[in-house]
Design a protein around this ligand. Structure first.
Ligand SMILES: C[S@@+](CC[C@H](N)C(=O)[O-])C[C@H]1O[C@@H](n2cnc3c(N)ncnc32)[C@H](O)[C@@H]1O
Length: 207
């Protein structure tokens, strides 16, 4: 790796826009920042091998459970502390805090991130096979369901699916919305993964 790209010793080589707040912050904390390359494999959601449902949504910006756990240990964070994550993403930091009995609060500007971070802890309330049972009995209602509203004015909706598939997906969405909490949110989370993959298709096709 080109070490000039790693901040710390070479911060001065980076160019900042005029009046950059980032520059101000990096300069202010320069002496407190250091590289820990051994954490490389833990930085992103890819490191969530031990918690598969944290990897469902491939959110590049998410931290891994292992990284947060490592930092809690290193900083000796305990249940008497309070975690505040002002850029909480899918909520990995808050989720890890919850597992360790540490209260937390977070914020993120993306509504989807907020939805996923409040849904993730609900996976822990499920017993083995419970979600499958709920799905098995719900799926028979899809055929006769009223199709749910979707954003038909969003261009990708008009080209991503043929009419019949889109019609079925709208019915599926309506069935999921009618389920009780937390099944509705958990299955809607799975449903949103499906839309996300479709949204990624054009980019994947170009790569
Ligand atoms: C690196 S991710 C956060 C990872 C998260 N802390 C975790 O534990 O996995 C950064 C997040 O900051 C959010 N973000 C960026 N600018 C923001 C702003 N001005 N206010 C709130 N959230 C913001 C992004 O939507 C993104 O989800």
């Amino acid at each position: 790796m080109n070490r000039q790209m790693l901040f710390d010793e070479h911060t001065e080589f980076l160019s900042y826009p005029q009046d950059s707040v980032r520059k101000e912050l990096e300069m202010k904390f320069k002496n407190r920042m250091r590289e820990e390359l051994k954490l490389r494999s833990l930085i992103s959601y890819v490191g969530n091998k031990e918690v598969p449902f944290l990897r469902l949504y491939r959110y590049k910006e998410a931290f891994s459970f292992g990284l947060v756990r490592y930092l809690f240990k290193k900083l000796d964070v305990n249940p008497k502390d309070y975690i505040f994550d002002p850029f909480s993403g899918l909520g990995t930091t808050m989720f890890t805090a919850m597992i360790h009995g540490i209260p937390s609060i977070g914020a993120d500007k993306l509504p989807l991130a907020h939805f996923i971070s409040k849904t993730l802890p609900m996976f822990l309330s499920l017993s083995e096979g419970e979600l499958k049972d709920v799905w098995e009995s719900a799926k028979f209602k899809v055929k006769d369901a009223e199709p749910a509203e979707i954003a038909l004015d969003v261009p990708i909706m008009q080209v991503a699916f043929d009419r019949e598939v889109l019609w079925t997906l709208r019915k599926l969405k309506s069935i999921i919305q009618d389920l009780s909490y937390p099944y509705n949110d958990i299955l809607f989370y799975y449903f949103s993964l499906f839309w996300r993959n479709v949204a990624l298709l054009p980019r994947m096709g170009n790569s």
